[in-house]
Design a protein around this ligand. Sequence first.
Ligand code: ADP
Ligand code: MG
Length: 248
Amino acid sequence: MTGPEGFRFADDPLADPVFATARAESAAAVCRGVTKTYRTATESVTALADVTLTIPRARVTVVVGPSGSGKSSLLRLLACIDRPDTGEVLIAGERVDRLRARARRRLRQRQVAYLFQRPGENLLPYLDAVAQIRLAGRLRGAAVTDADALALLDRLGLAGRADHRPAQLSGGEQQRLAVACGVVGSPALVVADEPTAELDTAAAERVIAAMEDLSPAGVGFVLSSHDPRVMAIADGFVRLDHGRLVEW
Ligand code: ADP
Ligand code: MG
């Protein structure tokens, strides 16, 4: 054990102390009546219109819909990168739409990981894999040892890459490392906007498998994707069309 928020994988991931604070049945995130409109000099585009949904913990939720339907806008709100015009966004039970910038940043740091599409953008160029994980944990207030980081790398098939910096990793390895950094320290939510779009098939499959493997421990994954392999691991879907949630 490395403290209440340290992590260690047991055979049963649900018994893992790293996720001890995450009740599997509680919501990672909730949106209620969320609207988001972008205004430019010449036009205004409603990207999200009255969206109400729940993103559960310990599940993979995939956001689908045609290009321009509002997927990225929704994920930015969930990741606390952006704020809704109206409506409520709750992360781990806390209203983020009302928080001032600093409090929102603190909540985001503790409870949310955001994965960029480009693997390299998720990592710091000068840190090796173990150090990336330890830093990600520390930023969430979790004491993560080298052994903890190695156990997580091993679980994701990256044990042999422990002392490699991002430039020494393939895109797929970088993205799996980013997934590891995303879950360490038990955030409520890992948000990934088309996380496999830049990867070849084999690499994409391993990234998806990593998410599938780690989600039961308590983190809610929410991904947007057109990739049928990503859809195949979904526990639930959110379908958007012109910014509206489509029932199906
Ligand atoms: P998706 O990810 O499903 O392709 P987006 O959320 O990126 O959809 O975009 C939804 C709509 O909002 C689109 O019509 C898009 O052009 C518009 N949009 C997104 N971001 C901005 C922005 N920063 N400024 C103006 N319009 C935007
Ligand atoms: Mg998008």
